[in-house]
Design a protein around this ligand. Structure first.
Ligand SMILES: Nc1nc2c(ncn2[C@@H]2O[C@H](COP(=O)(O)OP(=O)(O)O)[C@@H](O)[C@H]2O)c(=O)[nH]1
Ligand SMILES: [Mg+2]
Length: 185
Protein backbone atom coordinates (compact mmCIF):
# COMPACT_ATOMS: atom_id res chain seq x y z
CA UNK A 1 0.00 0.00 0.00
CA UNK A 2 1.39 3.41 -0.95
CA UNK A 3 1.97 6.16 1.57
CA UNK A 4 -0.85 8.26 0.15
CA UNK A 5 -3.42 5.53 0.57
CA UNK A 6 -2.25 4.93 4.14
CA UNK A 7 -2.70 8.63 4.89
CA UNK A 8 -6.11 8.55 3.23
CA UNK A 9 -7.18 5.56 5.34
CA UNK A 10 -5.94 7.26 8.48
CA UNK A 11 -7.94 10.37 7.64
CA UNK A 12 -11.11 8.40 7.13
CA UNK A 13 -10.50 6.59 10.40
CA UNK A 14 -10.13 9.91 12.19
CA UNK A 15 -13.35 11.17 10.62
CA UNK A 16 -11.44 14.15 9.34
CA UNK A 17 -13.24 16.31 6.81
CA UNK A 18 -11.48 18.96 4.82
CA UNK A 19 -13.67 21.97 4.13
CA UNK A 20 -12.89 24.96 1.94
CA UNK A 21 -14.92 28.07 2.62
CA UNK A 22 -15.09 30.27 -0.45
CA UNK A 23 -17.17 33.07 -1.91
CA UNK A 24 -16.83 36.72 -2.76
CA UNK A 25 -15.06 39.13 -0.42
CA UNK A 26 -17.20 40.53 2.37
CA UNK A 27 -19.78 37.73 2.14
CA UNK A 28 -19.06 36.73 5.74
CA UNK A 29 -16.82 33.66 5.48
CA UNK A 30 -14.58 34.52 8.41
CA UNK A 31 -17.53 35.56 10.57
CA UNK A 32 -19.24 32.21 9.93
CA UNK A 33 -16.13 30.25 10.90
CA UNK A 34 -15.51 32.32 14.02
CA UNK A 35 -19.10 31.78 15.06
CA UNK A 36 -18.82 28.03 14.49
CA UNK A 37 -15.68 28.07 16.66
CA UNK A 38 -17.48 30.24 19.22
CA UNK A 39 -14.81 32.91 18.89
CA UNK A 40 -15.33 36.66 19.06
CA UNK A 41 -16.87 37.84 15.78
CA UNK A 42 -16.43 41.56 16.49
CA UNK A 43 -12.73 41.76 15.75
CA UNK A 44 -12.48 40.38 12.25
CA UNK A 45 -10.35 42.07 9.62
CA UNK A 46 -10.26 41.07 5.94
CA UNK A 47 -8.56 37.70 5.56
CA UNK A 48 -5.11 38.02 4.02
CA UNK A 49 -3.73 34.79 2.64
CA UNK A 50 -5.45 31.95 4.42
CA UNK A 51 -6.20 30.50 7.80
CA UNK A 52 -6.82 26.89 8.80
CA UNK A 53 -9.28 26.31 11.61
CA UNK A 54 -9.97 23.02 13.35
CA UNK A 55 -13.46 22.36 14.58
CA UNK A 56 -14.55 19.25 16.40
CA UNK A 57 -18.21 18.50 15.76
CA UNK A 58 -19.63 15.30 17.23
CA UNK A 59 -17.11 12.62 16.37
CA UNK A 60 -15.84 14.48 13.32
CA UNK A 61 -12.91 16.83 12.97
CA UNK A 62 -13.37 19.54 10.38
CA UNK A 63 -10.34 21.31 8.97
CA UNK A 64 -11.79 24.49 7.60
CA UNK A 65 -9.68 26.51 5.20
CA UNK A 66 -10.55 30.19 5.02
CA UNK A 67 -8.98 31.78 1.97
CA UNK A 68 -9.06 35.50 1.26
CA UNK A 69 -11.77 36.31 -1.29
CA UNK A 70 -10.19 39.41 -2.77
CA UNK A 71 -9.80 39.23 -6.55
CA UNK A 72 -6.01 39.22 -6.29
CA UNK A 73 -6.09 36.09 -4.12
CA UNK A 74 -8.63 34.10 -6.10
CA UNK A 75 -6.05 32.74 -8.54
CA UNK A 76 -4.39 30.91 -5.62
CA UNK A 77 -7.51 28.97 -4.67
CA UNK A 78 -6.40 26.08 -6.86
CA UNK A 79 -3.48 25.42 -4.49
CA UNK A 80 -5.90 24.35 -1.79
CA UNK A 81 -8.15 22.05 -3.76
CA UNK A 82 -6.37 18.73 -3.32
CA UNK A 83 -8.04 16.46 -0.78
CA UNK A 84 -10.95 18.82 -0.26
CA UNK A 85 -14.18 17.04 0.71
CA UNK A 86 -16.59 19.93 0.92
CA UNK A 87 -16.78 23.46 -0.44
CA UNK A 88 -18.89 25.94 1.49
CA UNK A 89 -19.81 28.74 -0.91
CA UNK A 90 -20.96 31.89 0.88
CA UNK A 91 -23.43 34.32 -0.70
CA UNK A 92 -24.32 37.67 0.88
CA UNK A 93 -28.12 38.01 0.78
CA UNK A 94 -27.99 41.79 0.95
CA UNK A 95 -25.64 42.05 -2.05
CA UNK A 96 -27.73 40.09 -4.51
CA UNK A 97 -26.52 42.45 -7.24
CA UNK A 98 -23.26 40.48 -6.99
CA UNK A 99 -24.96 37.12 -7.67
CA UNK A 100 -23.80 37.14 -11.26
CA UNK A 101 -20.20 37.65 -10.16
CA UNK A 102 -20.72 34.92 -7.57
CA UNK A 103 -22.10 32.57 -10.23
CA UNK A 104 -19.13 33.18 -12.53
CA UNK A 105 -16.62 32.57 -9.75
CA UNK A 106 -18.39 29.49 -8.45
CA UNK A 107 -18.50 27.99 -11.91
CA UNK A 108 -14.96 28.85 -12.92
CA UNK A 109 -13.17 28.27 -9.63
CA UNK A 110 -15.12 25.34 -8.23
CA UNK A 111 -17.56 23.54 -10.52
CA UNK A 112 -15.30 23.38 -13.56
CA UNK A 113 -12.19 22.40 -11.57
CA UNK A 114 -11.09 18.85 -12.27
CA UNK A 115 -9.56 18.54 -8.82
CA UNK A 116 -12.92 19.29 -7.22
CA UNK A 117 -14.92 16.71 -9.16
CA UNK A 118 -17.28 14.83 -6.89
CA UNK A 119 -16.99 17.12 -3.87
CA UNK A 120 -19.98 18.19 -1.82
CA UNK A 121 -21.10 21.80 -2.13
CA UNK A 122 -23.00 23.77 0.48
CA UNK A 123 -24.31 27.11 -0.63
CA UNK A 124 -24.67 29.26 2.44
CA UNK A 125 -26.86 32.35 2.11
CA UNK A 126 -25.52 34.62 4.83
CA UNK A 127 -26.68 37.72 6.76
CA UNK A 128 -30.32 36.65 7.06
CA UNK A 129 -30.50 38.59 10.34
CA UNK A 130 -30.79 41.68 8.11
CA UNK A 131 -34.03 40.43 6.53
CA UNK A 132 -37.03 40.02 8.79
CA UNK A 133 -39.55 38.90 6.22
CA UNK A 134 -39.72 35.07 5.99
CA UNK A 135 -41.33 35.14 2.55
CA UNK A 136 -38.57 37.33 1.24
CA UNK A 137 -36.02 34.84 2.58
CA UNK A 138 -37.57 31.91 0.76
CA UNK A 139 -37.74 34.05 -2.37
CA UNK A 140 -34.03 34.88 -1.98
CA UNK A 141 -33.24 31.18 -1.58
CA UNK A 142 -35.10 30.37 -4.79
CA UNK A 143 -33.37 33.23 -6.63
CA UNK A 144 -29.94 31.98 -5.53
CA UNK A 145 -30.72 28.43 -6.67
CA UNK A 146 -31.88 29.76 -10.04
CA UNK A 147 -29.15 32.32 -10.65
CA UNK A 148 -26.37 29.98 -9.58
CA UNK A 149 -28.08 27.45 -11.88
CA UNK A 150 -27.47 24.71 -9.33
CA UNK A 151 -29.93 22.15 -10.62
CA UNK A 152 -28.26 21.90 -14.01
CA UNK A 153 -24.69 22.67 -12.90
CA UNK A 154 -24.73 19.84 -10.38
CA UNK A 155 -27.29 17.28 -11.51
CA UNK A 156 -26.64 14.95 -8.55
CA UNK A 157 -28.98 16.52 -6.03
CA UNK A 158 -27.35 14.75 -3.06
CA UNK A 159 -24.11 16.64 -3.82
CA UNK A 160 -25.37 20.12 -2.99
CA UNK A 161 -27.45 21.87 -0.42
CA UNK A 162 -28.60 25.43 0.25
CA UNK A 163 -28.88 26.85 3.74
CA UNK A 164 -29.99 30.25 5.03
CA UNK A 165 -27.68 31.40 7.83
CA UNK A 166 -26.50 34.30 9.90
CA UNK A 167 -22.83 34.29 10.79
CA UNK A 168 -23.72 37.01 13.25
CA UNK A 169 -26.51 35.32 15.22
CA UNK A 170 -25.44 31.76 14.44
CA UNK A 171 -28.82 30.82 12.99
CA UNK A 172 -28.56 27.95 10.48
CA UNK A 173 -24.91 27.11 11.23
CA UNK A 174 -25.72 23.87 13.05
CA UNK A 175 -27.70 22.74 10.02
CA UNK A 176 -24.64 23.37 7.84
CA UNK A 177 -22.42 21.31 10.16
CA UNK A 178 -25.05 18.56 10.35
CA UNK A 179 -25.24 18.36 6.58
CA UNK A 180 -21.46 18.28 6.18
CA UNK A 181 -20.89 15.62 8.83
CA UNK A 182 -23.72 13.38 7.64
CA UNK A 183 -22.31 12.89 4.12
CA UNK A 184 -20.34 9.74 3.36
CA UNK A 185 -16.73 10.37 2.35
N1 LIG B 1 -25.51 41.60 9.67
C1 LIG B 1 -24.59 40.68 9.40
N2 LIG B 1 -23.34 41.04 9.06
C2 LIG B 1 -22.45 40.06 8.79
C3 LIG B 1 -22.77 38.70 8.87
N3 LIG B 1 -21.68 37.97 8.56
C4 LIG B 1 -20.70 38.86 8.29
N4 LIG B 1 -21.15 40.13 8.43
C5 LIG B 1 -20.39 41.37 8.22
O1 LIG B 1 -19.93 41.39 6.88
C6 LIG B 1 -18.62 41.94 6.79
C7 LIG B 1 -17.68 40.94 6.14
O2 LIG B 1 -17.51 39.82 6.99
P1 LIG B 1 -16.23 38.87 6.89
O3 LIG B 1 -16.48 37.71 7.77
O4 LIG B 1 -14.97 39.64 7.10
O5 LIG B 1 -16.33 38.46 5.35
P2 LIG B 1 -15.29 37.64 4.44
O6 LIG B 1 -14.55 38.66 3.63
O7 LIG B 1 -16.14 36.79 3.54
O8 LIG B 1 -14.41 36.83 5.34
C8 LIG B 1 -18.24 42.29 8.24
O9 LIG B 1 -18.54 43.64 8.43
C9 LIG B 1 -19.14 41.41 9.07
O10 LIG B 1 -19.41 41.95 10.34
C10 LIG B 1 -24.12 38.34 9.24
O11 LIG B 1 -24.54 37.17 9.33
N5 LIG B 1 -24.98 39.38 9.49
MG1 LIG C 1 -12.41 36.72 5.60
Amino acid sequence: MGLLSIIKKQKIKDNEIRVLILGLDNSGKTTIIKNMLQEDINTISPTMGFQINTLVYGDHTLNIWDIGGQTTLRSFWGNYFDKTNVVVWVVDCVSLERLNESYNELREKVILQDRLTGIYLTIVINKIDLISNKEELSHIKQTVIELLDLESQIPQSDKWHVQLVSGKSGEGLDEVLEWITSRSY
